[in-house]
Structures are given as C-alpha cells and as structure tokens.
Design a protein around this ligand. Structure first.
Ligand code: 4AD
Ligand code: MG
Length: 459
C-alpha cells in the first residue's frame, strides 16, 4: 500500500502550491493542489463532480473528460467514499458553490483507496451506530461544524480570562478528596492509596486565588454519573475562574460577561458552522423547534435576569408544580423557569442543604447559601454553578462534618482559612453543555470528540 510518506508517492506529487479550502479565495484563478479525501461523488456523462474535503472545508472538483487522461477519468469513476486523494486544477469563482469556489480539475492522485464499505453513508443512521463509529463520524459535516464551534468557544474562554487578568493555573486530576459529593467519585488505586479523579478543580483554585488573586483552571473533570441523561457525561471539560475579594454579585457579573463574549465570538466567527448545524437536523430535533442558532445567539445580551431561589419556587408553584421550598431544581423545573426568557438566567441563594459543603451561608438568612446556577434558555438548563465560598474556618469545619467528609483530606484546604482568609468566589462552566446550547443540540454526546458516558467507553 502506498502511504503519503513513501518515496514513490512523493515523486509523483505535483509541484504546485497546496491550497487549503478554508483559504481558497487566495488562490482564485491559480493552479493548485488540494490534499484530502473524497467526501462524495456524482457523475454525469463526460463530467465527474468530486466533493473533496481537506479538513478545513469541502470543495467541488469538476473533472471534464477532455481535461484529463482517459485513465484518470476512469479512475475517478471508481473512487470509493473517503479514498484519500490529491487533486490538481484551477480555482474558479462560483457563486452557487458552498465554498464560493470550484476546482476545475486537471489531475488526480489516489493516495490510498478506501475499502468500499465505508460505514457512514448520507442516509440517516441510528445514534448508537454513529457513536460506535465516532472515529469516522467526526468526518461528517455536522460533526465537523460542532467541533469547530467547540474549539472557538474554548478560545473565547481562554482569551476572556487571559485578557481579564486571570492567570491560568492548572489543578491536579488525581485528588485525595471529594469536591462535589461522594456519590459520583471515580476511585483509583494510587500506589496503594485511594485517589479520585477530580470532579472539579475548585478547591485547588481557591488556593491559587489566594496566591495570585484572579485565576482560572480549565481541564477535564470526572463524575461517575449513574444517570443516562442528555446533559451528563462522565468526563467533561470545565472552566473554573476563582477570585479573591469576589462576592456573589461579582460572580454573576463575570459569568454574564463570559457568556455574552462566547455568544458574540461564535456568532462573528462561526456563522457557516451554525448554519450547517441548523441545516442538518434529525426529525426529532426539528420537532423541538429551536430558534435558528444565529438568531438565538444574537439575543444573548446582558443583563440576564437574576431570580431569587424563593421566587423561582413560587413561580414554579404558580405554574402548577408541586416542588416544595427547600428542594433542588430538577431539569424540568429549569426548563419551565427559563421559558419566557431569550437569555440565560441566574437563580440565586439556593438552600444551603442542597449545595456543597464549601458554599458560604447567607449572613442574612442562614438557611440559604450565597450560591448561583446559571440556566440556559430553550430547555438547556444549568450550564454554570458557583457562588461565594465559606471563608470562616470554624463554619467550614462544621460544613465538612455535616457532609460527613473526612477532615484529614481537608487539612490543607482549612489552612487557606487560617492564613489570611478573604471573601472569595467563582464558578464552573461546563463546556459541553455550553456547546450543546450554542449549537442547539439534543444531547451533549455530540459536543466532545469522544464522549464518555455511563454506558460508553469506546471508541
Ligand atoms: O455545578 P457543578 O457541580 O459545580 C462545581 O463543580 C463547582 N465546584 C464549580 C465551581 O464553582 N468552581 O458543575 C459546574 C458545571 C455545571 O453547571 C455543568 O455545566 C457542568 O459543570 N457539569 C457537567 N457537564 C457534563 N456532564 C456532567 N456530568 C456534569 N456535571 C456538571
Ligand atoms: Mg451544579
């Protein structure tokens, strides 16, 4: 088999500039080569229409029988989907083409013929089948667009914090202690000691915030979620800013600015991707009648409504829900609450009982905590959780006891309250839930290259 690195192939390669489809406009009227794969093919009489993708985009290469050797024309007639190819030709403007350009093809090199049974055809496949073939599914237009939006959101987040004076300080993945409750811990053997995969970098970020003032950590986090829902992964990415002297209102202001920045960046830089995602929706998705994503993102402007937990419960009850004061909100409650808004909303000051041990009690009402969840519209629910942290040593000790957590794992964390404790706060934004909302996807499994779910570890 000929590989791209074999001397034989390198000798045959055309001596022409390599054009990337994303930059094709720079090569208008020029002869170039495009190195990629055959996405699709159609033939009509003396013409082959080759849809070629190179990772940066898709372009149609039109091969006219008279422009190539008979042998080349015959080879093109038998190319299988996903065969790796190099095509040469002249770039021509074409208003009708999705890329705005076409390639008037004058040469074709087959790098490696793909087996004829490429499993992903243009017809609709079941989700389980597609997830089993995720390593190939990633080549499809919609998946390609989603992951480009994801990458844009990651850049947006990094730029937002880097430019805002937040220092990136990475936190460990192996940890001796639980941050978000003991029921979703992944346990592992760490040279004879018990260790857990990090559920959140927060506790460490509190330490780094006391060292650097404003910090963020951005990495994979792990939760042994035992529920199969459209919002839960067992491995997901979270960005967690934390700042000294930041109170609950400051936490909300920061989250609001971040979300507005993300939406504006995606809207400006990924319109084509958003339209591609909108244009390829399954029947089930169409039934949800989401707004076109460009329209939805343009509506995300501050200020976002800030709803006290008590008034959220009252609203739910007035709409017929039997949720009592004191309960955490479920997914359905979140959907109902956000229905009348186009922007995300903040629900503030949840009962301390339903939140983690580190949440600061509300000094005005000790039943409540200085916590906040940010709920995305259109049924997407919680995308951010955060708040102000308990900064009093003894209250924190009582919280750790109350949650039945082993005090010995938290000795270092308690030091932060012993040596120069200050009011501080932060939040965690789930990247995949944010991507799902921005792209209008029915499930988080499409927002990450290789999803890890309760029942999926492969590919
Ligand atoms: O609300 P959570 O559990 O908050 C924390 O972990 C805090 N320690 C963060 C902080 O204040 N630094 O999780 C934060 C966000 C959720 O709002 C959600 O977007 C996402 O993380 N998330 C998940 N995303 C996908 N799959 C899961 N299983 C998730 N669990 C949480
Ligand atoms: Mg939460």
């Amino acid at each position: 088999m000929t590989t791209p690195h074999s001397p034989a192939l390198m000798q045959q390669l055309p001596d022409l500039p390599v054009a990337y489809i994303s930059n094709i406009a720079e090569f208008d009227q020029k002869r170039v080569q495009i190195r990629g794969w055959l996405y699709n093919r159609r033939s009509k009489g003396k013409l082959h229409f080759l849809q070629v993708r190179d990772g940066s985009g898709i372009i149609q290469a039109v091969m006219f029988k008279g422009d190539v050797s008979e042998e080349t024309f015959a080879i093109a007639d038998h190319l299988t989907q996903e065969t790796s190819i190099i095509v040469t030709g002249t770039v021509k403007k074409d208003e009708r083409a999705a890329a705005g350009y076409e390639l008037s093809c004058d040469g074709l090199h087959v790098v490696a013929a793909a087996a004829a049974d490429y499993p992903i055809s243009p017809k609709e496949h079941g989700v389980a089948f597609l997830m089993d073939h995720r390593h190939l599914w990633l080549r499809s237009r919609r998946q390609h667009a989603i992951l480009k939006v994801r990458a844009r959101i990651v850049k947006s987040i990094r730029d937002f914090f880097d430019n805002g004076g937040y220092l990136l300080v990475d936190t460990p993945i192996f940890t001796p202690n639980a941050c978000e409750g003991t029921s979703t811990l992944f346990e592992t053997d760490y040279h004879g000691q018990k260790a857990y995969l990090s559920q959140s970098g927060q506790l460490y970020s509190e330490a780094t915030a006391m060292a650097f003032g404003k910090v963020y950590t951005f990495g994979p986090t792990f939760r042994a979620e035992k529920s199969k829902t459209r919002r839960h992964l067992t491995e997901f990415w979270m960005v967690e800013p934390e700042a000294a002297y930041l109170g609950l209102d400051g936490v909300m202001d920061l989250a609001e600015d971040l979300l507005c920045t993300i939406c504006a960046d995606v809207l400006r830089d990924c319109p084509t991707e958003l339209d591609t995602i909108d244009s390829i929706r399954s029947e089930a998705e169409e039934h949800r009648q989401l707004k076109p994503r460009r329209e939805a993102l343009a509506l995300v402007q501050k200020p976002f409504p800030r709803v006290d937990y008590g008034s959220a419960i009252a609203q739910l009850q007035s709409l017929g829900s039997d949720i009592p004061f004191g309960d955490d909100l479920g997914g359905d409650d979140e959907t109902i609450l956000t229905q009348k808004y186009d922007t995300p909303i903040f629900v503030t000051r949840y009962p301390a009982e339903v939140k983690a041990f580190y949440m600061k009690r509300d000094p005005g009402d000790p039943v409540r905590s200085l916590s906040v969840d940010c709920l995305a519209p259109e049924g997407y629910g919680e995308i951010i959780g955060g708040g102000q942290r308990e900064d009093d040593h003894d209250t924190l000790v009582a919280g750790i006891r109350k949650h039945d957590l082993p005090m010995s794992s938290f000795d270092w964390y308690l030091d932060l309250r012993k040596y120069g404790s200050v009011p501080h706060g932060g939040f965690g934004l789930g990247l995949e839930r944010t991507v799902a909302w921005v792209c209008g996807l029915p499930h988080v499994r499409e927002t990450i290259p290789f999803a890890r779910l309760m029942d999926r570890l492969r590919p």
